[in-house]
Write a protein that binds this ligand. Structure first.
Ligand code: MN
Length: 425
């Protein structure tokens, strides 16, 4: 077993890694790729190179680890994740060790390097996990306050349950798509005027939601719960998450059972899952929770994570414009609390399940994580670099989200999630 520490800020690689790369030697994320020869394998990423983990295994570099060939010659990470936290943590440490400048095992074997290292531009990223279930939370107090202020009452913006319950709903896993895949503008019922009947047609108020999602390992049997202190043993890693939203469809349909067709036409994720292990050095304290939470939601230690987030809109044929800078550390309810709440009734979880944070807004206007908030319900236009204006997302626009953590000269990032909006079918 390797006792190497992949998180050591002193680690350097024998691979050339651009200093602004999200995929430093301290990251070692996991994904699934199609190689130039058509093979689909489990992979990692370092700088501009993809690491073929299946070949690493086949060539004997992972022989002391509790994995088998089928775990890496696979079309998803689920089989690997079923080995659990301890095994996957050791795997990441071992890969970091092999690419460390002081380790000669692979460094001195150019024949093996040719089989294991691929140019990222020559590989196609595939969906990294088979997502069985998907849950979307609503855990940013700034976002919930903004929405409550716009649609209900500025003096009672938060509903009475919000500070007691990490509010969420069960979403749809089938329409979660990978970065790079375009979406079509959804169609549906809307009710633009209060005193007139509803209309049917393409959504006019198409929006993004800046979110992050975590992915779990297998949990406990039905009927048991995961505590806030156990939560990290069940969380594999995180991705950037664009929870596409049709605001006009949402407004008409959401009473009384909540989000439905306004949310389930597509959500886009970034391709590389950054492990919770790699994010540990970037932990920070969360906001104070007042009123005091129920005991099952209490936690100790720093459970928020400092992840800088950006959203860009790129109109057809133009450069991208930054429209939002936010941070995952703003979350009122942290992941540990979300998972503890999700399982407190005995609900079971499985390897590959995905849990999105809810729109991540900060206090400043420039940190609002949706066009709904940035344009304040369509009353204020957002200016783009090419001189055009947006209140919501137009056909031909590409929405790009980026995210990274940085501390002590170490950068651990997510790359991006990028999706273009095509006209309604
Ligand atoms: Mn959402």
């Amino acid at each position: 077993m390797s006792h190497f520490n992949a998180n050591d800020p002193q680690n350097k690689s024998w691979i050339d890694i651009p200093s602004d790369s999200d995929f430093s030697i301290q990251n070692i994320p996991f994904g699934v790729i199609k190689k130039p020869d058509g093979q689909v394998v489990v992979a990692s990423r370092i700088g501009d190179k993809v690491i073929d983990i299946a070949s690493l295994f086949d060539l004997g570099y992972l022989s002391s680890l509790p994995f088998s060939k089928e775990d890496f010659h696979a079309t998803s990470l689920n089989r690997m994740m079923k080995k659990g936290k301890a095994a996957c943590s050791t795997l990441r440490n071992r890969i970091a060790e092999l690419f460390n400048e002081k380790n000669n095992e692979l460094k001195n074997n150019s024949g093996d390097q040719e089989k294991i290292l691929l140019n990222s531009s020559a590989c196609e990223n595939l969906m990294p996990v088979e997502i069985g279930d998907y849950t979307d939370f609503y855990s940013s107090i700034e976002h919930a306050t903004n929405v409550g202020t716009m649609f209900r009452d500025p003096n009672n913006a938060l509903l009475p349950n919000w500070k007691y319950i990490p509010v969420g709903y069960h979403g749809r896993a089938s329409s979660i798509i990978l970065s790079g895949e375009p979406i079509h503008r959804p169609k549906g019922q809307q009710k633009p005027k209060d005193d007139e009947p509803p209309v049917f047609g393409p959504c006019k108020l198409l929006d993004f939601e800046l979110e992050m999602a975590f992915i779990t390992y297998d949990g406990k049997p039905l009927g048991e719960s995961i505590s806030t202190s156990e939560a990290e043993d069940y969380i594999f890693g995180m991705v950037l998450f664009n929870d596409w939203s049709a605001r006009d469809i949402q407004k008409w349909e959401y009473v009384p059972l909540g989000p439905f067709l306004a949310k389930n036409f597509a959500s886009s994720i970034s391709a590389w899952i950054v492990t919770l292990d790699a994010l540990e050095p970037f932990r920070v304290a969360g906001p104070e929770q007042d009123p005091k939470v129920f005991p099952y939601l209490e936690y100790s230690g720093n459970k928020n994570i400092d992840i800088h987030l950006e959203v860009y809109i790129q109109p057809e044929g133009s450069d991208e414009s930054l429209v939002c800078s936010s941070n995952y550390k703003y979350m009122y309810w942290n992941q540990n609390q979300q998972l503890a709440h999700h399982t407190i009734n005995g609900c079971n979880i499985n390897a590959g399940d995905m849990y999105a944070s809810g729109t991540i807004s900060g206090k400043e206007k420039s940190s609002y994580g949706s066009m709904l908030e940035l344009s304040w319900k369509g009353t204020q236009a957002v200016k783009l670099n090419d001189g055009s204006e947006r209140k919501f997302i137009q056909d031909g626009d590409t929405v790009i989200m980026k995210g990274f953590s940085k501390k002590d000269g170490v950068r651990v990032g997510f790359g991006e999630v990028s999706s273009k909006v095509l006209p309604a079918k």
